[in-house]
Design a protein around this ligand. Structure first.
Ligand code: COA
Length: 259
């Protein structure tokens, strides 16, 4: 199958999927989310594919977030649908895929971009990568599982600070926190991911699939994800959301008044 927004490259048992919207820093619009969901489903049904590497086109970004221009005028209901559909079609699908996915974080991984990387099974970052959940700077909250997966990976206290300050973590700090497993130079990034993927390919794909299911079953807390969807949607009814997204699109700083 061919895709409008993805590049897909097979090498032995390893497939590299590259999100290809570099002029928009690979922001996740609905088309990209749909295509990624379809692509991963197709790859997981192919017994020849033992490992997937996911990265972003260009040298600047893995994914700079959900596409703000697409949801800036959404209602509360549309906001809830956006989060619920995205979680189901892509983020939960990735986490539960029995073919392991390595996120090769080659630059900015913000908002939905970090949420996507956190859904993957392994994360490797290049030295220039910057990661964060800046949603509250737009008057919204993470809606693709970020409020659940970030505390699981780095602990509640660090996650609360990162979410509330909307700050970005540099790659070395992200490794300190356990958010990424390795940091390498940009030139070495794909090689490092390939080397991990090759080691994965030497093992039983069936057993790896079982192990992924077993690890995930220990973290099942559907209520947290449901609460995130509801509150993400509620944010779309606020003046702050209107101000935050308008300010981003007008390339100015927001002036939040609350409410
Ligand atoms: N949604 C939509 N478009 C986005 C985007 C996003 N999340 N992130 C970047 N873009 C677009 C920009 O609007 C710009 O498009 P334009 O050239 O048509 O104006 C293009 O990608 C390049 O981004 P730009 O902001 O010019 O690059 P920069 O190097 O100055 O800044 C970032 C890089 C990542 C700091 C900045 O793009 C940013 O803050 N992005 C939004 C991050 C975010 O809040 N993500 C969470 C969304 S919920």
């Amino acid at each position: 199958m061919s895709y409008n927004n993805l590049l897909v490259n097979h090498e032995n048992h390893i497939t590299t999927v590259t999100i290809n919207r570099p002029d928009k820093l690979n922001a996740l619009n609905m088309a990209v989310i749909d295509e990624l969901g379809q692509c991963f489903t197709e790859l997981s049904n192919n017994i020849d594919i033992r490992c997937i590497i996911l990265t972003g086109a260009g040298e600047k970004a893995f994914v700079a977030g959900a596409d703000i221009s697409e949801f800036a005028s959404f209602s509360i209901e549309e906001g809830k649908n956006l989060a619920a559909q995205g979680q189901q079609k892509l983020f939960d699908l990735v986490e539960n895929l029995t073919t392991p996915i390595i996120a090769a974080i080659n630059g900015f991984a913000l908002g939905g971009g970090l949420e996507l990387a956190m859904s993957c099974h392994v994360r490797v970052a290049s030295e220039n990568a910057k990661m964060g959940l800046p949603e509250v700077s737009l008057g919204v909250i993470p809606g693709y599982g970020g409020t659940q997966r970030l505390p699981r990976l780095i602990g509640k206290g660090r996650a609360m600070e990162l979410i509330a300050t909307a700050q970005m973590l540099k790659a070395d700090k992200a490794a300190d926190y356990g958010l990424v497993n390795h940091v390498v130079s940009q030139e070495e990034l794909m090689g490092k991911c390939m080397s991990i993927a090759s080691k994965i390919c030497a093992n039983s794909p069936t057993a790896i699939g079982f192990a992924i299911q077993a690890v995930n079953s220990g973290f099942n807390s559907l209520n947290g994800f449901k609460t995130e969807i509801d509150l993400f949607g509620n944010a779309f009814g606020t003046n702050d959301f209107n101000e935050g997204t308008t300010a981003f699109l007008e390339k100015r700083k927001p002036n939040f008044k609350g409410g």
